[in-house]
Design a protein around this ligand. Structure first.
Ligand code: GLC
Length: 557
């Protein structure tokens, strides 16, 4: 196994808009983030993944970029960003940037040019097609539904054609078949790497290469007008490997950086073709096979399903590639609310989930606020929702006759908006996030759940995370050790070993609010080996391997 820094790194995701506001406009910003670097350093993380900070009209909170080489006004200036990079590097913290190149904003100068005329030199930077006619009606070029609801095509009267947008209509898809567009993007990547960044998180890149001929989907419509939301058809098309390889050969290989590609619909069978080093493409992938389990797989089957997915990914990539570990991010609800218990066992279950993510094979990603056990939000009305995808979906469902109450009851637990409320720093108004009116309401539980309280409590989730991160740096088997699952059929208890040479760690987790049991190895019972970390503060192994609700422990055998 080749040892490299990004396999050892703990990565912390910062959604700048909600992290810390320095100027009272209610929106988090780069100076705000700078003011909290001491906190991140104390936590012990190695890398910050910055959600998009580029110029953007913010239809999709920065994922609609109007200038790839400038900073969003609300977040500060390029000088602020440069200061951030310098201060991070001085602390030994690296920065990776979000690379959003499946689409740009419709306010990007390339698009403004592109829509001017059919023979504009930028026309081909985007995907334009004439409409279809049926029964005297003008219809979009095909039946694709956008991933954010409604047709994936927007009609543009100026040139009487449609442009493709797999996300919102303000996010036109870039045309990767256009050589000039490709080289513009590679230049832009080089420009940021020359500024000294340490890599990229690549947004929705499984969609970059469209299927040849843009064929209709054959699946059942997902929209009353007959459109089909068919991500399978849009994803992983031939040509995608060529794009990654070109990025690697012409740009990435010249720097000591990491890449992690957000690619829904990636299976373990596909994974190595993207992440095996000799392929010269990517370092790791965010696949989403695990994230849907709480919503779609009922209680008793969930943990065995989790184990199966992890084992498949391990077998597919161990020794040949690398994996990522996460339960939440800015597009998913809070992990303690969907994988743990955000009621009586919030603290125990949040610690258990952290233990899992840091002891499994792959690089752990912490989403801001996870380290203090921030929870889902009791959204009461669509007026409290900012997210474009949920608002679009609501418009579609309202048109179909659904009531707001019913819609919110279906969505409340699963919406990504749960992750986006401001970071809870202390118990002062708005959780200390801003002195103004926050762009999104702060979770009302901020008086109890906040950084200040967590730092002041030795038994907090925060201090537990610090220990976890420190352990990962002390025990190489936590990073490079082979993984062996010991509980393949257990519905609640997950136990596994990680072994590297003569070092073996055993992790035992009770994924449930009921007591449980796991027979510990005899050596441990006899006092050989020791507890490295326990979320119940144990110093010796529990009698007869008994486990309390949501109990987690890491042993050195
Ligand atoms: C990715 C981002 C998400 C964004 C979408 C469109 O999935 O993580 O936040 O809305 O791409 O850019």
């Amino acid at each position: 196994m080749v040892r490299v820094w990004w396999k050892e790194a703990v990565i912390y995701q910062v959604y700048v808009r909600s992290f810390m506001d320095s100027d009272g406009d209610g929106i988090g910003d780069i100076p705000g983030l700078i003011s909290r670097l001491d906190y991140l350093q104390e936590l012990g993380i190695d890398v910050i993944w910055l959600n998009p900070v580029y110029k953007s009209p913010n239809d999709d909170n920065g994922y609609d970029i109007s200038d790839y080489r400038d900073i969003m006004d609300e977040f500060g200036t390029m000088a602020d960003w440069e200061k951030l990079l310098e201060l991070c590097h001085a602390r030994g913290i690296k920065i990776i940037m979000d690379l959003v190149v499946n689409h740009s904003s419709d306010e990007h100068p390339w698009f403004l040019e592109s829509r001017r005329s059919r023979d504009n030199p930028y026309r081909n930077y985007y995907i334009w097609r004439p409409g279809r006619e049926a029964g005297g009606k003008k219809l979009p070029p095909n039946n694709w539904e956008s991933l954010f609801s409604g047709s994936a095509w927007e009609y543009d009267g100026g040139t009487d054609e449609y442009y493709l947008h797999l996300f919102s209509r303000k996010q036109p898809d870039l045309n990767w078949d256009c050589p000039r567009l490709r080289s513009e993007i590679l230049d832009m990547m080089t420009w940021w790497l020359d500024k000294g960044i340490d890599g990229f998180r690549m947004d929705a890149v499984h969609l970059m290469q469209k299927p040849a001929g843009l064929p209709d989907s054959k699946k059942k419509p997902t929209h009353r007008e007959g459109y089909v939301n068919d991500e399978d058809l849009y994803s992983h098309n031939p040509g995608l490997h060529g794009i990654f390889h070109e990025m690697y050969r012409k740009v990435l290989s010249r720097y000591d950086v990491m890449t992690v590609a957000e690619m829904n619909r990636t299976t373990p069978a596909m994974a190595n073709d993207y992440v095996a080093p000799e392929r010269e493409e990517l370092n790791m992938i965010f696949h989403f096979e695990i994230c849907g389990l709480p919503q779609y797989v009922p209680g008793k089957k969930r943990i065995p399903a989790l184990n199966r997915i992890q084992e498949k990914w391990y077998r597919a990539t161990w020794g040949t590639g690398w994996n990522s570990q996460f339960f939440n991010n800015h597009d998913l609800p809070r992990q303690v609310s969907v994988w743990g218990d955000d009621g009586p066992y919030r603290v125990e279950s949040a610690k258990l989930l952290g233990t899992y993510l840091h002891t499994m094979p792959g690089s752990p990603y912490i989403y801001q606020g996870e380290e203090i056990g921030m929870t889902n939000v009791p959204f009461g009305s669509m007026e409290d929702i900012n997210d474009v995808s949920l608002r679009n979906e609501w418009a579609k469902c309202a048109a179909g006759g659904e009531t707001e109450e019913h819609f919110l009851d279906r969505k409340r637990k699963w919406t990504r908006e749960n992750a986006r409320t401001p970071m809870q720093w202390d118990s002062s108004e708005n959780g200390g996030f801003t002195t103004g009116k926050p762009w999104l309401k702060v979770n009302p539980n901020y008086r109890d759940i906040n950084v200040e309280a967590a730092r002041g409590d030795d038994n907090s989730i925060y201090h537990y995370y610090r220990k976890l991160i420190a352990l990962r740096k002390t025990y190489p088997s936590m990073v490079y050790g082979e993984y062996k699952l010991l509980t393949p059929w257990n519905r609640r208890i997950v136990a596994y070993r990680r072994t590297l040479e003569d070092q073996t760690l055993l992790t035992v987790l009770n994924f449930s609010g009921k007591p449980g049991k796991f027979p510990l190895p005899r050596a441990l019972v006899k006092g050989k080996g020791k507890i490295l970390l326990s979320n119940y503060g144990r110093e010796t192994p529990p009698e007869e391997g008994r486990l309390d609700p949501w109990e987690a422990a890491v042993y050195l055998l």
